[in-house]
Write a protein that binds this ligand. Structure first.
Ligand code: URA
Length: 280
């Protein structure tokens, strides 16, 4: 409950930050707005003119050349330390990669997450399932797809004979966006390279993208679900299928049928690939 309120406050201030600039987040006041002594004012009546008092301060814009320099927003000090080891992209295994990126602070979600959700499953999986970003349950547990949508995903996989442990389950973003909002562009851009590295290490034969954030991020596109589900895409040599996100199914059960068809297609393609590799 308290966390929800906290998340809403974060979203509110993030909105303000995006409109007004970054200085709300400076640990120190930017020089431009430094506190300066107030010159005395001469008042009538019982008040008398006084010498400047160092103890009385207000925020006043200084007028010197040096101080009028614009604040360098691009060198934002919001994130003082990215906490990602510089050689993360040379990791040779998922465990090594996890240890190099788990403290990531590359985007603002690093400040609001409870746990970093790396993803889990078979490190040699033939199928990678990719969702959008952790929700509240995933954020608490540090595991992907463990909430209501996750339980539905488990059933969807099982309906065509796959178990969670057979596949690798991950997300575009590794940290929960406050209030479960869609991850922002800068958050996706900060996190996507980690997913690409996971794909490189796992080398799956198939990717199942759940929902449009996953699909359009991977395919660098702006498709609508109706245009892409049930079709096969080549993503860097990996056969990629797109279907509805299980959270969308919870809201709209009429999408169960198309998901069922997509899953049967995935199963068929998977079985064919196994047969083919047996013959080789
Ligand atoms: N939704 C997602 O996209 N990913 C999760 O891990 C959980 C819910």
């Amino acid at each position: 409950m308290h966390k929800d309120i906290f998340d809403k406050i974060i979203v509110f201030f993030e909105g303000i930050r995006q409109q007004t600039g970054e200085y709300l987040y400076f640990e120190e006041m930017p020089k431009q707005y430094e506190a300066v002594p107030v010159p005395p004012t001469t008042k009538t009546g019982s008040q008398t003119s006084k010498e400047p008092q160092e103890s009385i301060i207000i925020m006043e814009e200084k007028k010197t050349e040096e101080i009028r320099q614009p604040i360098q927003l691009s060198a934002s000090p919001i994130l003082l330390d990215e906490k990602v080891l510089p050689d993360w992209d040379r990791a040779k295994s998922l465990d090594e990669l996890y240890n190099k990126i788990k403290d990531c602070q590359k985007c603002p979600l690093g400040m609001t997450r409870t746990k970093f959700v790396f993803g889990e499953g078979n490190p040699n999986a033939d199928i990678m399932v990719i969702g959008e970003a952790p929700g509240a349950d995933e954020d608490m547990q540090g595991r992907p797809f463990v909430g209501r949508a996750g339980q539905l995903l488990t059933k969807i996989l099982e309906s065509v004979g796959f178990e969670r442990k057979d596949v690798f389950i991950g997300n575009i973003n590794k940290c929960r966006p406050p209030g479960n909002r869609v991850p922002a562009k800068n958050e996706v851009e900060a996190c996507e390279p980690f997913l690409l590295k996971q794909i490189e290490l796992i080398r799956p034969k198939f990717i199942l993208a759940l929902g449009l954030t996953a699909a359009n991020t991977l395919l660098k596109s702006n498709y609508k679900m109706g245009d892409i589900r049930g079709k096969l895409f080549d993503y860097n040599g990996i056969q990629t299928l797109v279907t509805y996100h299980p959270a969308a199914l919870l809201r709209n059960p009429s999408w169960k049928k198309p998901v069922w068809e997509d899953m049967k297609l995935l199963r068929k393609l998977y079985d064919e690939s196994i047969e083919k590799s047996k013959k080789e």
